[in-house]
Design a protein around this ligand. Structure first.
Ligand code: PLP
Length: 624
């Protein structure tokens, strides 16, 4: 628990059970039941499903929606705030149909709505807006088609709010509203001057890409007044950036925003909704700090801070308290998905076991290397390391000049890594570890080759060095003795994960167990439900992994909403190959080989069979 920090980032949703397996805590009626992830994988394996697997937990999604809404409702009650909270889920964070369906179904009791930032998102959202009281907030650039669709939905009785992102959108909205004879519900997105912290700090501040600055805002108000549309302006919106780590910056931005909101009301607009955007962070590393992968506040604190700021400034201006909206995405869906993958192979750098001694015929330099073994003491580690490096390099030179053979060189390398392992072990007894020996430790970290693609399944880990909790899901009742970096199966040296949660710090290695021959070793990346699925790409043509929704019913595990991962034919067709044409071309090559006598006709049959099986197979490594 301590080693991987699961209790801190697991947030009551993930833990380790008494069998030493990582578990998810799911609700079954009134009961909370701990379900082993390894058991889930075993069940999928029995059903013939291959790794990697993306597990989705609808129950966790429901609980996050509940937690978000209940936190605001309790803060409203505690502060005697006289407005409501009515959040919207920003579709971009995880657009999968299952997510939108669950959010709109479960969220109905809170009138929880959706936020769409593009035409496809609007079109998807409209088909799920079955609650006429929930908001559908339209951000993003809007063409006539987008505006018309939103206006028609307003005509149908839905609460669709067109938010101005750019000054240029307003004339088009006014023109379309007049033409169709529909009064729109309007909002304005403002570019706050308050800057935030964290990776997305540039989403806020004067130079942020979206929203109107104060002079553009006043121009828009004047245009609305002149066109007789000021009574349509009801919502004020800002978005400070995603994964905001520091509550003080959130408060500061909210203060600036309410001041603008109050001023818009004083200009005569019937302002009733204050949309405070996304940014509610997830404590990925469990440190509860203002580090980029964490946050120094809880959801309860977030809700009460926003409410207090709004209440204070509206009371001061004698304005009614507005309905509060947040567009929290990450905090709602991150916990929903867990990616589980198996380890295919290991490259060991650490060599705790002593190799065979060199034979008397071996070169003197190999013997010199071997003799260092007996001299290793805490007080001469640097000297031993220097000697080991020197003799290893001498051996390499001898190999280059043809003096020794590959077998001798290989023995020398083994002895060298064994010496390094011994020296690194002894450094733990030192108060001060010399620089050279500090890097030695990191050179001894093993490579564990993992059956997944970082670019497809954890793109933010590669693109912005985002930290995700990663740990083995079984054998946790035995000590993980190895230190490893995870290398994925793309042929890209960036395809690796080398930042992990290690106790309460970030480390360059993951503590793992030795991979036992013939046994599957499974590792999971947690909190991957936000942004990762759709940002992922087809690097090396590794496609979507298999997906399954896991739940409990009367104490039994349920596997539903299974979506098979991309087949090889699927990914090839995404890059404009026609699988049938590929097969045809390959068949003609095989036939030519038969004609030349390179292969027999019956060999052609098996070769074609293998090609077809490959085309229809999973893009990841499949065992027999
Ligand atoms: N709203 C807008 C306008 C956004 O651009 C984003 C994403 O950055 C969000 C909401 C969701 O933010 P988060 O996932 O941090 O809650």
């Amino acid at each position: 628990r301590e080693l991987y920090g699961i209790q801190r980032w697991g947030n009551g949703y993930f833990d380790i059970n008494s069998d030493g397996e990582a578990a998810v805590l799911l609700r079954d009626g009134e009961k909370s039941v701990s379900v082993s992830l390894q058991k889930i994988i075993d069940g999928l394996r029995e059903r013939g499903s291959a790794m990697p697997q993306l597990l989705r937990f609808r129950d966790l999604l429901d609980r996050r929606i509940e937690h978000l809404n209940e936190s605001f409702l309790s803060a409203i009650k505690a502060t005697k705030y006289r407005g409501n909270y009515q959040g919207v889920y920003p579709i971009k964070v995880n657009q999968q149909q299952q997510v939108i369906e669950e959010i709109t179904d479960f969220g109905k009791k809170y009138h929880y709505g959706l936020e769409a930032g593009s035409k496809p998102e609007l079109i998807a959202a409209l088909a799920y807006m079955h609650d006429p009281n929930a908001f559908l907030i339209c951000n993003g650039y809007k063409d006539t088609e987008f505006i018309d669709l939103a206006l028609r939905a307003t005509q149908m009785g839905l609460r669709v709010i067109l938010v101005l992102e750019m000054p240029g959108e307003l004339p088009a909205i006014i023109e379309r509203s007049n033409t169709l004879g529909i009064r729109p519900e309007l909002g304005i997105r403002f570019r706050l001057s308050t800057k935030s912290e964290g990776h997305w700090a540039e989403s806020g501040g004067d130079r942020s890409v979206f929203g109107l600055n104060s002079s553009q805002l006043i121009d828009a108000v004047d245009l609305l007044k002149d066109a007789g549309f000021l009574d349509c302006l009801k919502l004020f919106h800002y978005h400070q950036g995603s994964q905001l780590p520091n509550i003080r910056a959130i408060r500061e931005a909210a203060t600036e925003a309410v001041r603008v909101f109050v001023n818009l009301a004083q200009e005569g607009a019937p302002m009733e909704i204050l949309d405070m955007g996304g940014g509610l962070a997830v404590d990925y590393d469990g440190t509860h700090s203002n580090a980029a992968s964490s946050c120094n506040y809880s959801l309860t604190e977030y809700a009460s801070n926003l409410i207090e700021v709004v209440q204070h400034h509206c009371d001061a201006a004698q304005l009614p308290h507005p309905t509060l909206v947040t567009e929290s995405g990450r905090a709602v869906v991150a916990h929903y998905s867990v990616l589980v993958f198996n380890i295919l192979d290991v490259t060991r750098f650490s060599h705790p076991d002593c190799p065979e001694p060199p034979s008397p015929e071996c070169h003197e330099m190999v013997h010199n290397l071997w003799d260092i073994r007996n001299r290793i003491q805490p007080n001469n580690l640097q000297v031993c390391f220097n000697d080991a490096l020197f003799y290893r390099d001498q051996v390499r030179d001898l190999f280059r000049h043809g003096v020794i053979n590959l077998r001798e060189r290989s023995l020398a390398e083994k002895i060298y890594w064994h010496l390094c392992t011994q020296i690194a072990e002894q450094t733990q007894k030192l108060d001060h570890v010399p620089d050279d020996l500090q890097t030695l430790e990191s050179n001894l970290i093993d490579f564990y080759y993992a059956n997944f693609s970082v670019f497809q399944s954890l793109p933010d880990s590669w693109a912005i060095q985002q930290l995700f909790p990663i740990m083995p899901i079984h054998r946790l009742d035995t000590e993980p003795t190895q230190r490893a970096i995870l290398a994925d199966i793309t042929c890209d040296c960036d395809g690796k994960v080398d930042r992990f949660i290690h106790r309460d710090t970030i480390s360059t290695f993951l503590q793992v167990h030795e991979k036992l021959p013939g046994e599957e070793y499974n590792i999971a990346a947690f909190l991957v439900g936000a942004y990762q699925e759709t940002l992922g790409d087809l690097h090396n043509l590794l496609g979507d992994p298999h997906v399954v929704s896991v739940g409990l019913e009367d104490g039994e595990l349920t596997y539903t909403h299974e979506v098979e991962g991309d087949s090889v034919a699927d990914v090839l067709s995404y890059v404009e190959y026609d699988p049938r044409e590929l097969e045809k071309r390959f068949r003609s090559f095989a036939e030519r080989a038969v004609r030349k006598g390179t292969i027999s006709a019956s060999q052609r049959k098996s070769i074609m069979q293998a090609y077809k099986t490959g085309l229809n197979g999973y893009t990841y490594y499949e065992d027999e």
